[in-house]
Design a protein around this ligand. Sequence first.
Ligand SMILES: Nc1ncnc2c1ncn2[C@@H]1O[C@H](COP(=O)(O)OP(=O)(O)O)[C@@H](O)[C@H]1O
Ligand SMILES: [Mg+2]
Length: 630
Amino acid sequence: MTAPAAQSRRQNERRGRHEGSPGVDDAPVAGEDPRDAFDRDVLPTPPGATAALLKSLLAPLRGRVALAAVLLLLQQAATQAGPLLVAYAIDSAVPAFRVSDHGPLLLVAVAYLFAAASGGVLEYAFITCSARVNQDALLDLRGRIFRHAQALSVDFHERYTSGRLISRATTDVESLRELLSEGLQELISVVVSFVYISALLLWLDLGLGAVAVASFLPLALLIRGYQHRAGRIYRERSTAIAAVIVKFTETMNGIRPVRAFRREAANDAEFAPLNKRHERTNGDALLEMARYVVGSRLVANVTVAGIVLWGAYRVAGSTLALGVLAASVLYLRRLYDPIDRLGMFLNSYQSAAASLEKIAGLLAQVPAVPEPDAPRELPATLDGRPGREVVFDSVRFAYRTGGEVLPRFDLTIPAGQTVAVVGSTGAGKSTLAKLLARFYDPSGGRVLLDGVDLRDLANADLRRGVVMVTQEAFLFSGTVAENIAIGRPEATREEVVEAARAIGAHEFIAALPDGYDTDVRKRGGRISAGQRQLVAFARALLADPAVLILDEATSSLDVPGERAVQRAMSTVLRGRTAVVVAHRLSTVEIADRVLVMEKGRIVEDGSPAGLVGGQGRFADLHRAWRDSLA
Ligand SMILES: Nc1ncnc2c1ncn2[C@@H]1O[C@H](COP(=O)(O)OP(=O)(O)O)[C@@H](O)[C@H]1O
Ligand SMILES: [Mg+2]
């Protein structure tokens, strides 16, 4: 692709993404295209999705949530009894003690000890109970993110990079954990103690209580202002963290091209502003926090000073008991002490809310290639042959991010036929293959397997029916044998070895340090690109699909290696329906039929021999291949 073409495709992508993602209201972040929702990490989230997610996480844990709430209320009652007992001691028990009545003071001491001890026990019970609730909820959430992301379409993953998914499942879940395990507990404690203490203060002395309650108004205003500003900052911060992770994973995943093209300096230059932006949002958050703390302390100290002055004046005039003043001041300290920390809990609340919103946005994504609710069965294959008929019926297809790649495409491949597809780069060969493997659904028309629309097939049937092997043969961590058996985990060792032999992979596998039990990610288990492709072939062969698609799957093999696979292939493909996207002549020679594609259309269709003899595109191509081998 030429540079201007690449550029215009990128622009098209941007436009396409924008159209597909309305209702994004997050403030644009400097340095990014404000139109691009996927780049900005915020997926359109239906209203109420965040609350619904939280509810669905806690609903199964309802009983324990209720238990935790009761424990917390009791714990607060025990803890807040202290100053009340002090007031009683000063005003009643000490005067009684003076006239040799020891009973009341003893009672106060015992009650104080009891309140302290039961407060401790209740707190312990509350923490254990709520920790269980949190752990279960987070376990559930991580599982949901994993399962859902896995179910989303290839199209989604092409746009929502793996770095973003990683930050959803790590930093975002982590900030939720912080909220649940520390913030929420403290936040609820503070709210409950506010209610308790206000009630006690009003009960002790209506006047002093009223002054304390009046101070809540400026505090509430401060908190609201803080929440508003911090909320914005936290949303931005979590986007910034995600951008850092995305850049990181993208660079490290592509470390080979990075090295090959000496991209290090350019990458550093791109990473620096992202890193900086993250740091700046952190700084902004701290600044907001500092403003809030200073403001709230001012309100608290002014109120306490006022109450002490007024209270002392009234104690002197004997309209207020000294014990009541002492208890009031003790309560006020308890009331205001946690306010600084309240800012911190609100912090974690804000950042968790921002995270939850993003997770909810991800979970609200509907798989673009969904499994049908009422799947249809495939008919039994004819006389036990493995192949099935494939029909492209008026298929049209456009990627979300570009123009139409297949304009009205019709093709019938009889069961058992091996079709080679050739054509220039960008002709649509891979697109054809991906539609047949149902990585995408057509925008119009149908793809049929033995007369059944792929969209009507259960995932399990589709997996058994169609297998695609591509150029980038991916190996999962695990042993070579496990990698071969992925399509049929119940296969015996003999079957695994047989598949490897059939494809010509047995020799190199047997030569590995632990043979078939060699871990592909461990030392000595590193295998070359060509060997990986052989493993991928063995995997496909063992899966034994009705339709096998090979998309330039032999491109990493050397010519002798490919020849060997080719020979194996003609046995492997016998009876099976096969679509082989070919880039070499040898592949075409084993085919029953050749299709030449150009701009999403079939321009030639015939037997290899017939086309070679003709005057068309394939004859030219054939000559060129011939010459390059000579
Ligand atoms: N994931 C994608 N998103 C958007 N456009 C794509 C994508 N994959 C391929 N295309 C476009 O579709 C056209 C056909 O591509 P492809 O089927 O990969 O061709 P081939 O395999 O024949 O080289 C090209 O114009 C290509 O730019
Ligand atoms: Mg291709």
